[in-house]
Design a protein. Structure first.
Length: 269
Protein backbone atom coordinates (compact mmCIF):
# COMPACT_ATOMS: atom_id res chain seq x y z
CA UNK A 1 0.00 0.00 0.00
CA UNK A 2 1.34 3.40 -0.95
CA UNK A 3 2.30 5.53 2.06
CA UNK A 4 0.68 8.96 2.24
CA UNK A 5 1.96 12.16 3.78
CA UNK A 6 -0.91 12.07 6.26
CA UNK A 7 0.22 8.62 7.42
CA UNK A 8 3.80 9.84 7.80
CA UNK A 9 2.65 12.76 9.94
CA UNK A 10 0.38 10.57 12.08
CA UNK A 11 3.20 8.08 12.68
CA UNK A 12 5.63 10.86 13.62
CA UNK A 13 3.14 12.37 16.07
CA UNK A 14 2.56 8.99 17.72
CA UNK A 15 6.32 8.80 18.31
CA UNK A 16 6.23 12.28 19.88
CA UNK A 17 8.20 13.77 17.00
CA UNK A 18 6.58 17.06 15.98
CA UNK A 19 9.58 18.61 14.20
CA UNK A 20 10.25 17.35 10.68
CA UNK A 21 12.39 18.58 7.83
CA UNK A 22 11.47 18.28 4.20
CA UNK A 23 14.30 15.83 3.50
CA UNK A 24 13.14 13.56 6.33
CA UNK A 25 9.61 13.53 4.97
CA UNK A 26 10.88 12.82 1.46
CA UNK A 27 12.81 9.79 2.74
CA UNK A 28 9.56 8.40 4.15
CA UNK A 29 7.84 8.82 0.79
CA UNK A 30 10.07 7.08 -1.78
CA UNK A 31 8.95 7.57 -5.34
CA UNK A 32 7.17 10.86 -4.66
CA UNK A 33 8.54 13.65 -6.83
CA UNK A 34 9.69 16.94 -5.26
CA UNK A 35 6.78 18.78 -6.88
CA UNK A 36 4.22 16.25 -5.66
CA UNK A 37 5.69 16.46 -2.18
CA UNK A 38 5.57 20.26 -2.27
CA UNK A 39 1.90 20.17 -3.20
CA UNK A 40 1.13 17.58 -0.50
CA UNK A 41 2.88 19.70 2.12
CA UNK A 42 0.91 22.76 1.07
CA UNK A 43 -2.36 20.82 1.32
CA UNK A 44 -1.51 19.72 4.86
CA UNK A 45 -0.51 23.29 5.69
CA UNK A 46 -3.84 24.65 4.42
CA UNK A 47 -5.63 21.97 6.41
CA UNK A 48 -3.87 23.16 9.58
CA UNK A 49 -2.02 19.86 10.06
CA UNK A 50 1.40 21.40 9.41
CA UNK A 51 2.96 24.80 9.94
CA UNK A 52 6.25 25.96 8.45
CA UNK A 53 8.59 27.42 11.08
CA UNK A 54 9.59 30.28 8.78
CA UNK A 55 9.18 31.23 5.14
CA UNK A 56 11.66 29.43 2.93
CA UNK A 57 12.81 27.03 5.64
CA UNK A 58 12.48 23.26 5.35
CA UNK A 59 11.45 22.98 8.99
CA UNK A 60 7.87 21.81 9.52
CA UNK A 61 5.96 21.48 12.78
CA UNK A 62 3.10 19.02 13.14
CA UNK A 63 0.02 20.57 14.76
CA UNK A 64 -1.73 18.10 17.12
CA UNK A 65 -5.51 18.36 17.14
CA UNK A 66 -5.56 19.85 20.65
CA UNK A 67 -3.43 22.75 19.40
CA UNK A 68 -5.39 23.37 16.20
CA UNK A 69 -7.00 26.55 17.53
CA UNK A 70 -3.54 28.04 18.16
CA UNK A 71 -2.24 26.98 14.77
CA UNK A 72 0.86 25.40 16.29
CA UNK A 73 1.87 23.41 19.37
CA UNK A 74 3.48 25.15 22.41
CA UNK A 75 6.90 26.69 21.77
CA UNK A 76 8.52 24.11 24.07
CA UNK A 77 7.92 21.47 21.40
CA UNK A 78 9.71 23.20 18.53
CA UNK A 79 11.64 26.36 19.48
CA UNK A 80 14.92 24.69 20.49
CA UNK A 81 14.95 22.33 17.50
CA UNK A 82 14.17 25.14 15.08
CA UNK A 83 16.70 27.70 16.32
CA UNK A 84 19.59 25.36 17.14
CA UNK A 85 19.21 22.67 14.48
CA UNK A 86 17.60 24.50 11.57
CA UNK A 87 18.90 28.05 11.96
CA UNK A 88 22.11 26.81 13.67
CA UNK A 89 22.09 29.74 16.10
CA UNK A 90 22.95 29.95 19.78
CA UNK A 91 20.03 31.43 21.69
CA UNK A 92 18.17 31.72 24.94
CA UNK A 93 14.66 32.78 25.87
CA UNK A 94 15.04 35.97 27.87
CA UNK A 95 13.60 39.09 29.46
CA UNK A 96 9.87 39.01 30.28
CA UNK A 97 9.47 35.56 28.72
CA UNK A 98 12.22 34.24 30.98
CA UNK A 99 10.63 35.93 33.97
CA UNK A 100 7.33 34.27 33.06
CA UNK A 101 9.12 30.91 32.92
CA UNK A 102 10.14 31.54 36.55
CA UNK A 103 6.54 32.38 37.45
CA UNK A 104 7.10 36.15 37.53
CA UNK A 105 5.32 38.83 35.48
CA UNK A 106 3.28 36.64 33.12
CA UNK A 107 4.15 37.52 29.55
CA UNK A 108 1.56 37.34 26.76
CA UNK A 109 1.37 33.59 26.27
CA UNK A 110 1.69 33.81 22.51
CA UNK A 111 4.79 36.06 22.56
CA UNK A 112 8.27 34.72 23.30
CA UNK A 113 11.32 36.98 23.55
CA UNK A 114 14.45 35.28 22.23
CA UNK A 115 18.04 36.49 22.46
CA UNK A 116 20.24 35.71 19.43
CA UNK A 117 23.60 37.00 18.13
CA UNK A 118 21.94 39.30 15.58
CA UNK A 119 18.42 40.72 15.64
CA UNK A 120 15.93 39.08 13.29
CA UNK A 121 12.44 39.90 12.13
CA UNK A 122 9.53 38.82 14.28
CA UNK A 123 8.52 35.27 13.41
CA UNK A 124 4.93 34.06 13.52
CA UNK A 125 4.23 30.35 13.85
CA UNK A 126 0.50 29.75 14.07
CA UNK A 127 -0.61 32.30 16.65
CA UNK A 128 2.76 32.27 18.40
CA UNK A 129 5.18 35.16 17.89
CA UNK A 130 8.93 35.06 18.42
CA UNK A 131 10.46 38.48 19.06
CA UNK A 132 14.23 38.41 18.52
CA UNK A 133 16.67 40.67 20.37
CA UNK A 134 20.38 41.07 19.76
CA UNK A 135 22.72 39.80 22.45
CA UNK A 136 26.47 39.81 21.86
CA UNK A 137 28.26 36.66 23.02
CA UNK A 138 24.92 34.97 23.51
CA UNK A 139 26.62 31.58 23.73
CA UNK A 140 28.69 32.79 26.71
CA UNK A 141 25.72 33.86 28.82
CA UNK A 142 24.59 31.84 31.87
CA UNK A 143 21.50 29.85 30.93
CA UNK A 144 19.54 26.87 32.15
CA UNK A 145 16.80 24.65 30.72
CA UNK A 146 13.12 25.46 31.15
CA UNK A 147 11.40 22.07 31.03
CA UNK A 148 7.71 21.23 30.80
CA UNK A 149 5.75 18.14 29.85
CA UNK A 150 5.69 19.52 26.27
CA UNK A 151 9.46 19.93 25.86
CA UNK A 152 12.20 22.34 26.82
CA UNK A 153 14.16 25.39 25.74
CA UNK A 154 17.13 27.40 26.98
CA UNK A 155 16.32 30.29 29.30
CA UNK A 156 18.46 32.94 30.97
CA UNK A 157 19.23 32.51 34.64
CA UNK A 158 17.20 34.75 36.98
CA UNK A 159 20.24 37.00 37.44
CA UNK A 160 20.85 37.41 33.70
CA UNK A 161 17.12 37.95 33.23
CA UNK A 162 17.27 40.87 35.67
CA UNK A 163 20.24 42.41 33.85
CA UNK A 164 18.61 41.99 30.44
CA UNK A 165 15.33 43.64 31.42
CA UNK A 166 17.10 46.54 33.14
CA UNK A 167 19.28 47.06 30.06
CA UNK A 168 16.22 47.16 27.78
CA UNK A 169 13.67 48.75 30.10
CA UNK A 170 12.46 51.38 27.59
CA UNK A 171 11.21 48.56 25.34
CA UNK A 172 9.53 46.70 28.19
CA UNK A 173 7.22 49.30 29.66
CA UNK A 174 9.69 51.45 31.58
CA UNK A 175 11.72 51.18 34.75
CA UNK A 176 8.67 50.95 37.05
CA UNK A 177 7.52 47.74 35.38
CA UNK A 178 11.05 46.36 35.40
CA UNK A 179 11.30 47.16 39.14
CA UNK A 180 8.30 44.89 39.78
CA UNK A 181 9.74 42.04 37.73
CA UNK A 182 13.16 42.25 39.40
CA UNK A 183 11.43 42.26 42.79
CA UNK A 184 9.58 39.08 41.83
CA UNK A 185 12.85 37.42 40.83
CA UNK A 186 14.62 38.18 44.14
CA UNK A 187 13.89 34.81 45.82
CA UNK A 188 15.43 33.01 42.85
CA UNK A 189 18.71 34.97 42.75
CA UNK A 190 21.98 34.42 44.63
CA UNK A 191 25.02 36.71 45.04
CA UNK A 192 27.29 34.11 43.40
CA UNK A 193 25.10 33.71 40.33
CA UNK A 194 24.65 37.48 40.19
CA UNK A 195 28.42 37.85 39.87
CA UNK A 196 28.49 35.16 37.16
CA UNK A 197 25.86 37.07 35.18
CA UNK A 198 27.64 40.40 35.66
CA UNK A 199 30.90 38.91 34.40
CA UNK A 200 29.16 37.52 31.32
CA UNK A 201 27.13 40.61 30.41
CA UNK A 202 29.82 43.11 31.46
CA UNK A 203 27.52 46.13 31.15
CA UNK A 204 28.58 48.74 33.70
CA UNK A 205 25.61 51.19 33.37
CA UNK A 206 23.18 48.27 33.62
CA UNK A 207 24.95 47.04 36.75
CA UNK A 208 24.71 50.55 38.25
CA UNK A 209 20.96 50.67 37.60
CA UNK A 210 20.35 47.16 38.90
CA UNK A 211 22.40 47.84 42.02
CA UNK A 212 20.26 50.92 42.61
CA UNK A 213 17.07 48.89 42.30
CA UNK A 214 18.42 46.34 44.78
CA UNK A 215 19.20 49.21 47.15
CA UNK A 216 15.68 50.60 46.83
CA UNK A 217 14.30 47.13 47.58
CA UNK A 218 16.50 46.72 50.65
CA UNK A 219 18.15 43.64 49.09
CA UNK A 220 21.54 43.88 50.81
CA UNK A 221 23.33 40.71 49.65
CA UNK A 222 22.64 41.23 45.95
CA UNK A 223 23.37 44.94 46.29
CA UNK A 224 26.77 44.09 47.78
CA UNK A 225 27.49 41.62 44.97
CA UNK A 226 26.92 44.38 42.40
CA UNK A 227 28.95 46.88 44.42
CA UNK A 228 31.86 44.45 44.67
CA UNK A 229 31.76 43.79 40.92
CA UNK A 230 31.82 47.53 40.16
CA UNK A 231 34.81 48.20 42.46
CA UNK A 232 37.42 48.21 39.69
CA UNK A 233 35.10 49.50 36.94
CA UNK A 234 34.92 53.06 35.67
CA UNK A 235 31.47 54.47 36.44
CA UNK A 236 29.79 57.78 35.68
CA UNK A 237 26.63 59.53 36.76
CA UNK A 238 23.63 58.22 34.80
CA UNK A 239 19.82 58.55 35.04
CA UNK A 240 17.82 55.64 36.43
CA UNK A 241 15.62 55.64 33.36
CA UNK A 242 17.04 56.05 29.87
CA UNK A 243 15.69 59.10 28.08
CA UNK A 244 14.87 60.94 31.32
CA UNK A 245 16.65 64.16 32.26
CA UNK A 246 19.00 63.57 35.17
CA UNK A 247 19.59 67.16 36.21
CA UNK A 248 16.52 68.08 38.24
CA UNK A 249 15.90 69.51 41.69
CA UNK A 250 13.87 66.61 43.06
CA UNK A 251 16.46 63.84 42.73
CA UNK A 252 18.87 61.88 44.85
CA UNK A 253 22.09 60.21 43.76
CA UNK A 254 22.39 56.55 44.70
CA UNK A 255 25.65 55.04 45.89
CA UNK A 256 25.89 53.59 42.37
CA UNK A 257 25.99 57.11 40.85
CA UNK A 258 22.47 56.74 39.52
CA UNK A 259 20.17 59.78 39.49
CA UNK A 260 16.82 58.74 40.97
CA UNK A 261 13.80 61.10 40.86
CA UNK A 262 12.26 61.45 44.32
CA UNK A 263 8.91 61.03 42.62
CA UNK A 264 9.87 57.56 41.35
CA UNK A 265 7.31 55.12 42.66
CA UNK A 266 7.09 51.71 40.99
CA UNK A 267 3.59 50.81 39.86
CA UNK A 268 1.31 49.18 42.43
CA UNK A 269 3.30 50.55 45.41
Amino acid sequence: MKTTLRAVLDAAERRGKLNLRTEEIAQSLPGVSPEALRQALQRQKRAGRLVRASRGSNHWVIVPIQDAMDGAPPVETWLDAYIRKTLHLPYYVGMLSAAAAYGVSPQAIMVTQVMVPKARRTLTVGQHELHFFEQYRVDEMPVTWHETSEGRYRVSTPELTALDIVARHPRLGGIARVYEVVQGLLPKMTPHDMTVALNAAHEVPTAQRLGTLFSMMGEITLQEAVKSWLTDKRTRRIPLELGKAQFQLDVRISEFKVVVPLSFLPANT
